[in-house]
Write a protein that binds this ligand. Structure first.
Ligand code: UDP
Length: 321
């Protein structure tokens, strides 16, 4: 059976829906602190918390878990700098409980949601997996600590893992049934679309004095469905080759904040009011992935690399929800 931790969250719920369409036998484990009940309709769910060893132990006692997609984590950079204890405890200690249960119950395979934030300020663009990893925020550090733990469990031949370092996940299920919904929302594309809808009077652009083409930060936006495909391919690769590894997941293309706003105006046919304000602390100027390794080894290729398609799927979800 497949376990999806954080399966009621944004990216987890997209994988769950896809696996259900493929009739896979799966169980979602979520504490519903950030996840949504509506995102896991018609799915078997165990409500519990990774920080609680007993919850994790019961889960592994009650289900024969063969493989894990591990999404459950807190993921807000700003919050992580204000509440580091919360991030280390949930992300790191929670995962250690999961690893302990894997060891005890002989569960061998795990695909882990890591992040571009492990790199910190990049040395070179595009970013390759072997670049130095010096996170500039607690969120990135917590994910890097988990990557290190995974490496040791793999070296000790207890598990095999793939860590996937996401760049900027965006978009929604193309049928419009599920999508991104954070509270509070801090991510650019949902905020742009909420502004287009009139739910926000205006939005703020955090700085236009970066060394980029128009002064606003550049990011690599990747469609959530492409991320999901990579997870499925990573799990297959790991089982087939009995290996562990780390991969970037991005489009290899960068768009500035102003380009995102302009594209969203085109997609929504609405004017988006924005105001330039000061930089958000910890934001690097440019993050663009090299995904050559994922393409070569996992045989993965983004199906929806166009920013317009990413934004229009997100828009389809936001305007109809
Ligand atoms: N951003 C912005 N206004 C917002 C939200 C985000 O200007 O209301 C910018 C932010 O500074 C960053 C980019 O949009 O450069 C992407 O931010 P997001 O939080 O979506 O992802 P991150 O790159 O931080 O993971």
């Amino acid at each position: 059976m497949i376990l999806v931790t954080g399966g009621a969250g944004y990216i987890g719920s997209h994988l769950v829906k896809k696996l259900k369409e493929e009739n896979k036998d799966l169980i979602v484990f979520d504490n519903f602190e950030k996840g949504h009940r509506w995102a896991v309709k018609d799915v078997e769910v165990v409500e519990g918390d990774l920080r609680n060893e007993k919850d994790v132990e019961n889960l592994f006692e009650n289900y024969k878990i063969d493989e894990i997609f591990h999404f459950a984590a807190f993921s807000l950079v700003g919050e992580s700098m204000k509440e580091p204890d919360k991030y280390f405890k949930n992300n790191v200690c929670g995962t250690l409980n999961l690893l302990k249960a894997m060891k005890k119950h002989g569960t061998r395979y795990i695909v882990f949601s890591s992040t571009a934030a492990v790199y910190g300020e990049p040395e070179n663009i595009p970013i390759t997996e072997d670049q130095k990893k010096e996170p500039t925020n607690v969120y990135g550090q917590s994910k890097l600590m988990i990557e290190d733990a995974l490496k040791w469990y793999s070296n000790l031949d207890i598990i095999r893992y793939v860590a996937l370092r996401y760049f900027n996940a965006a978009g929604a299920y193309p049928d419009g049934s599920i999508g991104e919904d954070h509270d509070p929302e801090t991510h650019l594309i949902p905020i742009v679309l909420e502004t287009a809808l009139g739910n926000r009077e205006k939005m703020y652009v955090y700085g236009n004095d970066y060394p980029t083409k128009d002064g606003t930060p550049v990011r690599d936006y990747i469609h959530v469905m492409d991320l999901i495909d990579a997870h499925i391919q990573a799990m297959e690769w790991m089982k087939k080759n009995n290996q562990s590894d780390v991969f970037n997941l991005g489009n290899g293309q960068g768009f500035s904040v102003l380009e995102v706003i302009k594209t969203a105006e085109k997609v929504t046919k609405r004017k988006i009011n924005y105001e330039i304000t000061s930089r958000r602390s910890g934001d690097p100027a440019v993050l663009i992935a090299s995904s050559n390794k994922s393409k070569k080894i996992l045989n993965w290729e983004p199906q929806y690399p166009q920013l317009e398609k990413i934004i229009s799927d997100a828009w389809n979800w936001h305007k109809n929800r």
